[in-house]
Write a protein that binds this ligand. Sequence first.
Ligand code: HEM
Length: 310
Amino acid sequence: MIGYLFVGLFYIAILIFVVGVLVRIFNWARAPVPLNICTPLGQQKSLDWLPRARFDSPYTKWETFVRMLGEVFLFRSLWKNTKYYIETQRQTATKWLWLFAIAFHWSLLIILLRHIRFFTSPIPDWILLLQSLDGILEVGRPELHMVTILVTNLTILLGLFGLLGRRIVGAKERAISLPSDWLALILIIATVGSGIIMRYFWAVDIEGVKRFAIGIVTFNPVLPPLDLFFLTHLTLVSALLIYFPFSKLVHAAGILFSPTRNLPNNPRAVRYINPWNPPYTGISWEEYYEMYKDQLDEIAERGYKVGGGG
Ligand code: HEM
């Protein structure tokens, strides 16, 4: 009976996650972007002889795409994070946040990719390769017992506890931390923690997990093994999936729709018109000319250029 409950919970969680993220994406995609919001980090396209920063201040679609790749895979703007000291008027680079963030996100990606092994049979070669690369670290005494420590398990803990520690230790960070910030971090730490316990300290019926996981994706549900840590892991994962679309965690998809990242820095060359500006009710050039005909003709007689448009 209890097994059915977990199958139901997991399906509902997946459904809320997929529909919720799609609705968010749909809303972002149709939101008007009335202005070209530039946050250039370097020289924009200007006079030919001025060297420009192609990817900090991209001008074409391709340059903007490359900036986006840097953002998604390297967290480039976080790399530029600085701290300003008013007393000494000093600005210093603070790369800690970048380090913890990149350690956490890359480890999570690799861990989730490795989890595909539960959902497929046979396991694709590239996942086996990823698994063995991640497992290069072996500790113990060769003559006694060796344990494979997954590198991503260490790096994800470094990232997560770094991000948590930052909110605890930094007075300013603590002051602006909302309950939802703590919730997201603690949920992820608990999910990762229960996985790590299963991996190193608690033998779980992996065959049973695999039957359950394959049952889920083939819509042929099989009951999960009734194992304390596996069911805890599954409940935490379901909670994360349900919470994801409504929380800040959805920035994973939102970054792609961020106008400060995905728009080229070209407002001097391309005219952006705010779609909800009221219609123009001023006068035309012809009417203007009629009003100031004498003065304008006088100017023109002196050789200055007078004319509409341009
Ligand atoms: C947000 C999603 C998830 C996260 C962050 C997560 C995280 C982790 C982590 C960090 C580990 C430690 C070992 C490793 O790195 O492979 C782990 C192990 C494990 N996870 Fe997950 N997991 C997630 C989803 C799932 C799902 C959906 C299932 C079930 C189908 C699952 C089943 C397991 C099992 C059985 C282990 C133990 C593996 C072993 O003993 O080798 N996880 N998980």
